[in-house]
Design a protein around this ligand. Structure first.
Ligand SMILES: *[C@@H]1O[C@H](CO)[C@@H](O)[C@H](O)[C@H]1NC(C)=O
Ligand SMILES: *[C@@H]1O[C@H](CO)[C@@H](O)[C@H](O)[C@H]1NC(C)=O
Ligand SMILES: *[C@@H]1O[C@H](CO)[C@@H](O)[C@H](O)[C@H]1NC(C)=O
Length: 328
C-alpha cells in the first residue's frame, strides 16, 4: 500500500514535471515552428503572385528553382506610342467610308510606331474601337498622333489640318460596303431579298446620295486642304510596300524596313472575300455581279471623271482607269 502510494506520488511528480516541460518548452516551440512554416508558405504564395516580383530575384530564386521563362515574342512593330503634346503636325487621313481607312491606320501605326487618332466622337467612346485604336481617345488637335481618321469634308474642318492623306477607293466597291454598314443591306438577307433591295427606289436614292458624297469628299480635300497626298486603294492592294513607304515618308517619319515588313505581315492585303470576312469579322455578302444599274453606273462614272480631273490639276496620280472589279 505504502509502496504503491509512494510510486503513485513519484509518478504524479514526474507527470507534473512533464506538464511543466510541455507548457514551457514544447508548446512554445510548436507555436514557433508553426509560425515559421506559415510565414514560409505565405512567402511562397506571395512569390507566385505578381507582388512576388518585388521580393527580388534572390528570394524567388531561393524559393523556386529558376525555370527558363521565355519572354513573349516581340515583333519589330509591336511598340507603338503616343507622342508628347504638340510634337506632331495635325495630318488628316481622309476618305469616304469603307475605303481602307482602318487598314491604313494599322499599317501606319505599325510602320511609324505612333498611334493614329480620329475626329469621330462615337469612336472615342466605343470600347471596341478604343481597343483597336488607343489613339482615338486623345484630342486630334493635340499633336500626339501621327494622323487622324476623318470622313468629314466641311471646309472649316479641312482647314484644321496642316496636311492630309486622301485614300481613294473605287466607289463601286465602297458604296456597297457602306450599304452594309448603314444596314440598308443585311448579311441575314436571302438572295431574293437582296435582289429586291438592289432594284428598289431606296437603293437608287442611296447610291445617288453616297456617290455624290464620295465625289465631294475627294474634291473638297483635293481643293481645300493645305497639302494633300492621294493614295489609291488599288495601289495599296497591288503594291503595299511602296505605297506604305510613300505614306511614311509623307508623314515625315524615318522609314524602318523592319517595321514596314512587320506591319505588312500583320496586315497584308486581303484579296478574297473569305480573307476579308475572317480578318475584319465582316458580316456581309460579296458578289461578282454589279449591283448598279446602267443609270447609276454612268452617274458614278461622271463623278469619277470629276475627281480624276481634280487629281490631275493637283498633280496627283490619276484614277486607275482600267481597274477591273471582280468583287462587289
Ligand atoms: C517589299 O518588302 C520586302 C521586305 O522588305 C522586300 O523583300 C520586297 O522586295 C519588297 N517588294 C517590293 C516590290 O518592293
Ligand atoms: C484619268 O486621267 C488620266 C490622265 O488623263 C487618264 O489616263 C485616265 O484614263 C483617267 N481616268 C479616268 C477614270 O477618267
Ligand atoms: C491597267 O493598265 C496598266 C498600264 O496601262 C497595266 O500595267 C495594268 O496591268 C492594267 N491593269 C488591269 C487590271 O488591266
Amino acid at each position: 500500500m505504502i509502496l504503491a502510494s509512494k510510486e503513485k506520488s513519484t509518478m504524479s511528480t514526474s507527470m507534473t514535471r512533464e506538464r511543466v516541460l510541455c507548457l514551457k518548452v514544447w508548446i512554445p516551440l510548436g507555436v514557433i515552428i508553426m509560425v515559421v512554416i506559415e510565414v514560409l508558405f505565405g512567402v511562397m504564395i506571395v512569390a507566385k503572385l505578381p507582388l512576388g516580383v518585388q521580393l527580388g530575384g534572390r528570394v524567388t530564386r531561393w524559393l523556386k528553382p529558376p525555370t527558363p521563362t521565355l519572354p513573349p515574342p516581340v515583333s519589330a512593330c509591336d511598340k507603338i506610342i503616343l507622342r508628347p503634346f504638340q510634337s506632331l503636325t495635325t495630318v488628316a487621313l481622309a476618305s469616304y467610308p469603307q475605303s481602307g481607312n482602318a487598314w491604313t491606320r494599322h499599317l501606319i501605326e505599325k510602320a511609324a510606331g505612333i498611334y493614329t487618332g480620329t475626329v469621330h466622337d462615337a469612336e472615342k467612346k466605343n470600347t471596341k474601337a478604343l481597343k483597336y485604336f488607343p489613339g482615338n481617345k486623345v484630342d486630334y488637335r493635340s499633336g500626339r498622333v501621327i494622323c487622324v481618321k476623318t470622313y468629314r469634308y466641311d471646309p472649316r474642318h479641312i482647314r484644321e489640318f496642316e496636311a492630309a492623306i486622301l485614300i481613294l477607293r473605287h466607289p463601286f466597291q465602297s458604296i456597297i460596303s457602306e450599304a452594309y454598314r448603314q444596314h440598308l443591306l443585311k448579311p441575314t438577307m436571302t438572295e431574293g431579298e437582296r435582289d429586291i433591295t438592289l432594284k428598289s427606289h431606296r437603293w437608287r436614292t442611296f447610291v445617288q446620295k453616297e456617290s455624290l458624297r464620295w465625289r465631294n469628299i475627294a474634291l473638297r480635300w483635293l481643293e481645300l486642304a493645305r497639302n494633300t497626298y492621294v493614295i489609291h486603294y488599288s495601289d495599296l492592294i497591288s503594291s503595299p510596300n511602296q505605297t506604305l513607304e510613300k505614306m511614311v515618308r509623307y508623314l515625315n517619319v524615318p522609314v524602318r524596313l523592319d517595321r514596314m515588313e512587320c506591319a505588312l505581315s500583320q496586315y497584308p492585303p486581303l484579296l478574297t472575300a473569305e480573307e476579308r470576312i475572317n480578318k475584319w469579322h465582316h458580316q456581309r455578302f460579296y458578289t461578282t455581279e454589279s449591283p448598279y444599274s446602267q443609270e447609276l453606273e454612268s452617274t458614278i462614272m461622271e463623278y469619277i471623271v470629276d475627281v480624276n480631273i481634280s487629281l490631275m490639276m493637283n498633280r496627283q496620280k490619276p484614277f486607275p482607269w482600267n481597274l477591273t472589279i471582280d468583287l462587289y
